[in-house]
Design a protein around this ligand. Sequence first.
Ligand SMILES: [Zn+2]
Ligand SMILES: [Zn+2]
Length: 186
Amino acid sequence: MHDIISFDRIDKYGPQEYSGTYTVAPGELDRIEVAETVNITIQAGAEKGDLPGEYIVDGSSTFSTALSCSRCAEAYPFAPSSTFHVRFRPRPETSVEDEEVEITEEEELDVEYYSEREMPLRDFAIEQIQLSIPMKPLCDDKCLGLCPQCGVNRNREGCSCEVSTGDERWGALRDLRLELAKKREN
Ligand SMILES: [Zn+2]
Ligand SMILES: [Zn+2]
């Protein structure tokens, strides 16, 4: 088993299979929401694509970790399985800085541009983790979050400030309704 995806190897020996299990520390991911070490298992197959210099890597990964909720900040278990299909194409010759590579069609979304012909399977696995973490992780769709005034976790306890802000909001709405009703009468 090789744990480095090598395009030269595919050219020489045909399609390749890869698999590995890795642990990734939260610090290796650029997401502060990752609260625990990630354990990931990945399987991938790689072969030549239709275009010159194109290689297709597809397979699946499963990992487990804990994320901190973006509303209540509590850590909760997160263990998704996902499949991937990535088309690696040679990075265009033009300098990428002054010419953005344009993505026009939906099907182009799975294209990645490479400049190195080798990639450690672990790096590829880390990329899959990054892609699977939601923009705003939630412990539950119905998470009530923290009270903006006293900071208690509203999933676990109520607080007195909750009642007063609620009242004010309803009060303001009632005043607005009364005003509108008066205007209509005039
Ligand atoms: Zn939450
Ligand atoms: Zn409160």
